[in-house]
Design a protein around this ligand. Structure first.
Ligand code: SF4
Ligand code: SF4
Length: 118
């Protein structure tokens, strides 16, 4: 076998695209440059399911029942995130600020606030 045709033991060898060998994109993982070649049949990527205690949960939102609310303003004073503003003696919850901490729920004397899913 003549040298220099890309097929001999001392030739340029497969992977150079010369002679008989592994052409470009044939995906053989061998040799120094073969390491960088893309595998045409990659193993499927599997991902373990995220356990529930790791998965982020939706932040609940404080919702006021105006049939029970007397407009006392305790909830607005209680909220440490300034998420409740009193407007015309009615508490208005700012969803963007409410962290769902539940402090207003606990402090409302009329039990007029509940935490709900957004
Ligand atoms: S504390 Fe309860 S009753 Fe008072 S304003 Fe807030 S929601 Fe209404
Ligand atoms: S749940 Fe917490 S953050 Fe949301 S309005 Fe009530 S006190 Fe404020």
């Amino acid at each position: 076998m003549p040298r220099g045709d890309g097929t001999g033991p001392m030739g340029l060898g497969p992977g150079t695209g010369r002679g008989v060998g592994w052409g470009r994109g044939q995906g053989r993982r061998c040799g120094f440059f073969g390491f960088f070649r893309k595998d045409p049949n990659p193993a499927p990527v599997t991902r373990a399911p995220v356990p529930e205690w790791v998965a982020p949960r939706a932040v609940p939102l404080a919702v006021v029942d105006f049939e029970l609310c007397t407009g006392c303003g305790v909830c607005a004073d209680t909220c440490g995130f300034s998420a409740i503003r009193m407007e015309n003696q009615r508490p208005v919850v700012q969803p963007a600020q409410c962290t769902g901490c539940g402090a207003c729920v606990n402090q409302c004397p009329k039990n007029a606030i509940t935490l709900r899913e957004r």
